[in-house]
Write a protein that binds this ligand. Structure first.
Ligand SMILES: Nc1nc2c(ncn2[C@@H]2O[C@H](COP(=O)(O)OP(=O)(O)OP(=O)(O)O)[C@@H](O)[C@H]2O)c(=O)[nH]1
Length: 546
C-alpha cells in the first residue's frame, strides 16, 4: 500500500522536512568534504614531516656510529708499527664503543678475527673472508654497512658497520666491524619512542626489501618481496622511491595513513603505519559533531517549518469552517474573510461571489415558485400562503378583510375568436389593470385561467367595499388594445367580507359563491357576502341595481 499523505498540511510538512534535511545534508557535505580533505592533508603532511625527522635522527645514529668507528680506525692507522696484538687493547681503550655497539671486532685483511671486544678469546678465522661486505670494504677501502643478518652470537637481527684501517702502504691493514643489534635499545629506543599515537607502528626495510624492524618480530629479516601474500602496494611504491603519505590498506587489511621516507645515508625505507581510526580520530569527532549539529538544525528547521505551515493553513481551516457554516445556514456570507489581500482572501471572495450567486438563484427560484409566469402576479401557491396570514393580521388589528374573486366574462369566446395568444395578452392587460387599481398593500393573485383574486386588508367598514370593486370594474371596462384591435372585456366579481375568525378555504368558497351569484345575475357586476353572517348564503350587499 502506498502511503500518500492525504492532507495538504502533511504534504507540506513532509516537503518542509525533506527540504530541511536535504539542505542540511548538502550544506554539511559542501562544508565537510573539502574540510575533511584539507584536514586529512594536514594530518598526513604532519605525519610525513615527523617521519622525515625520525628518519633523519635514525640516520644520524648510524652516521654517529660510523664516525666513531672511523675515528678509532684512523687513530689505529696513525699508530706506526701497529701489531695485531695491539688491537684488543686499542678497542678496550675506547669504552664508548661498548656503549654504542653490541660488539666491535677487528679483522685482518685476510678476514681473521684478531680482536673481539665482547670476548677477547673468541678470535681466529670465522669465515669473514667470504663475506661480501668484508670484501667490499677491502676493495673500496671505504666504510660499508652490511646486509642485516641474524647474529650467530646473540641470535638477534644485526647489522655490521665496517671501517677499514688503512696501513702505511695505503692498503687495508685491518677492518673494524661494529655489530649493531636492531633491537638495541640505545640505537632503536629514540626511534621507537617517536612513534605517533598508540596504534601506529614503524616499519623499516633496507633497499633490498629485507625487514629491519617491524612490531611483529617474526617478520624481521624476512624479505617483503618474498613474503606470503606478496608485497603491499604502498611498500612497493616506497621501495621504488615514493616519499610522502597516502591512505592505504596494510597486509592485515587495516585502513591506515601510511607515510614513507628514505634514510639518506643507508638508503633504507622507513614507513609509519597509522590506522586511520586513530590518525583521523579528532577529524572524525569534529565531523560527527558537525553532523549532529546539522541534525539538530534540521530538526529545529523542520519544527519551525511545521509550525509555520500550521500557522499559514489556519486561515484555510477557518475558511473551511465558515463555508461549512454557510452551507449549514448557521452563518451569513459576512463571516468570510474577504478583506484579506492573500490567496485566502481571494478564495473567500470567490466563495462570497458563489454564495451571492446561489442566494440570487434561490431568490429567483423562490420568486418563480410564487409567481404566475404569464401575468407576473402571485400564483395560487402564494395566494394560499398569503391568505391565512392576511386573515390573522386582520384579526389582530380588529379590521375587516375583503376577498374579491374575479373572473373574465366569456373569456373562452375571446380565445376562440381571436386566438390563444390574444387571450394571453388580454390576461396580461387584465392583470396590469388590477395592479393599477389597488393599493400596494393589497395582494393580487391569478388562481387559474381567467380567475383572479384580490385580498384587501384593513377594510374597517363594509361601506368601503363598493367603491373599491366599482373602481376595479370600471378599470376593466375600458377597451383592451390587443393585436391592433380594441376589445371590450368585462369581468364579474364575487366578494367575501370577513370581520371575524374564518378559515381561508371557507373565505375563498364564499367569494366563489358570490361570484357564481354575480355571474348568474348577468356578469359584468359583483356580489358581496358577509362571511360572519353568512351561515346561510345571504346576499347582504351588492352593486347598485342597474
Ligand atoms: N389564452 C388563455 N386562455 C386560457 C388560459 N387558461 C385558461 N384559458 C381559457 O380560459 C377559458 C375560461 O373559460 P371559463 O371561465 O370556463 O368560461 P368563460 O368563457 O370565461 O365564461 P364565463 O366565465 O362563464 O363568463 C377557457 O376557454 C380556457 O381554455 C390561459 O392561460 N391563456
Amino acid at each position: 500500500m502506498v502511503l500518500y499523505p492525504r492532507t495538504l498540511k502533511s504534504r507540506i510538512a513532509i516537503l518542509v522536512g525533506v527540504l530541511a534535511l536535504a539542505s542540511a545534508v548538502l550544506a554539511s557535505l559542501a562544508v565537510l568534504h573539502p574540510m575533511r580533505q584539507q584536514m586529512r592533508a594536514v594530518v598526513g603532511n604532519q605525519q610525513a614531516a615527523l617521519l622525515a625527522s625520525t628518519a633523519a635522527a635514525l640516520d644520524q645514529q648510524i652516521s654517529d656510529r660510523r664516525t666513531l668507528l672511523r675515528a678509532v680506525a684512523e687513530s689505529a692507522a696513525r699508530e706506526r708499527g701497529l701489531r695485531p696484538g695491539d688491537l684488543q687493547p686499542l678497542l678496550e681503550q675506547h669504552p664508548v664503543l661498548r656503549d654504542e655497539f653490541d660488539n666491535v671486532v677487528v679483522l685482518d685483511a685476510s678476514g681473521t678475527l684478531i680482536a673481539n671486544l665482547a670476548d677477547r678469546r673468541a678470535t681466529g678465522d670465522r669465515g669473514a673472508a667470504k663475506s661480501r661486505t668484508f670484501r667490499e670494504t677491502i676493495d673500496t677501502r671505504e666504510g660499508v654497512i652490511s646486509r642485516p643478518y641474524r647474529s650467530p652470537f646473540t641470535g638477534k637481527p644485526t647489522i655490521v658497520l665496517l671501517e677499514p684501517v688503512i696501513g702505511a702502504d695505503g692498503s687495508v691493514a685491518y677492518v673494524l666491524g661494529g655489530a649493531l643489534s636492531l633491537v638495541n635499545a640505545r640505537f632503536m629506543g629514540q626511534f621507537l619512542a617517536s612513534r605517533p599515537g598508540t596504534s601506529a607502528y614503524f616499519f623499516l626495510i633496507d633497499q633490498h626489501g629485507t625487514i629491519l624492524y617491524h612490531p611483529d618480530a617474526s617478520r624481521v629479516l624476512r624479505n617483503v618481496w618474498r613474503e606470503e601474500g606478496g608485497i603491499t602496494e604502498v611498500t612497493r611504491e616506497a621501495l621504488e622511491g615514493f616519499e610522502g603519505w597516502t591512505e592505504g590498506v596494510t597486509k592485515e587489511g587495516q585502513r591506515a595513513l601510511i607515510a614513507a621516507t628514505h634514510l639518506r645515508r643507508t638508503g633504507w625505507t622507513l614507513t609509519v603505519v597509522y590506522p586511520t581510526a586513530e590518525a583521523f580520530a579528532p577529524l572524525q569527532q569534529g565531523e560527527d559533531a558537525a553532523w549532529l549539529s546539522a541534525a539538530a538544525v534540521t530538526l529545529l528547521a523542520a519544527a519551525a517549518g511545521l509550525w509555520l505551515v500550521s500557522r499559514f493553513l489556519r486561515p484555510l481551516r477557518r475558511l473551511h469552517r465558515q463555508v461549512d457554516m454557510l452551507a449549514a445556514g448557521t452563518a451569513d456570507i459576512g463571516v468570510l474573510d474577504s478583506a484579506r489581500a492573500d490567496e485566502i482572501g481571494s478564495l473567500s471572495r470567490a466563495f462570497f461571489g458563489l454564495s451571492q450567486q446561489r442566494r440570487a438563484a434561490e431568490e429567483r427560484l423562490a420568486l418563480l415558485s410564487r409567481t404566475d409566469v404569464l401575468t407576473g402576479l402571485n400564483n395560487r401557491r402564494m395566494f394560499e400562503a398569503e391568505l391565512p396570514a392576511a386573515i390573522a393580521r386582520a384579526r389582530r388589528q380588529h379590521q375587516g378583510l375583503v376577498l374579491a374573486f374575479l373572473d373574465i366574462d366569456r373569456f373562452k369566446d375571446i380565445n376562440d375568436t381571436f386566438g390563444h395568444a390574444i387571450g394571453d395578452r388580454v390576461l396580461g392587460e387584465f392583470a396590469d389593470r388590477l395592479r393599477r387599481s389597488v393599493r400596494e398593500v393589497d395582494t393580487i393573485a391569478r388562481l387559474a385561467g381567467d380567475e383572479f383574486v384580490i385580498i384587501f386588508e384593513t377594510i374597517d367598514t363594509q361601506a368601503r367595499i363598493a367603491p373599491i370593486v366599482d373602481k376595479l370594474l370600471d378599470a376593466i371596462r375600458e377597451p383592451f388594445a390587443c393585436g391592433g384591435m380594441m376589445l371590450d372585456v368585462t369581468a364579474t366579481v364575487g366578494v367575501a367580507y370577513s370581520t371575524g375568525k374564518v378559515a381561508p378555504d371557507k373565505l375563498l368558497k364564499i367569494a366563489d359563491d358570490a361570484l357564481y351569484e354575480a355571474k348568474a345575475a348577468g356578469r359584468n357586476t359583483w356580489a358581496l357576502r358577509h362571511v360572519d353572517v353568512a351561515a346561510d348564503p345571504l346576499k347582504d350587499a351588492g352593486p347598485p341595481a342597474t
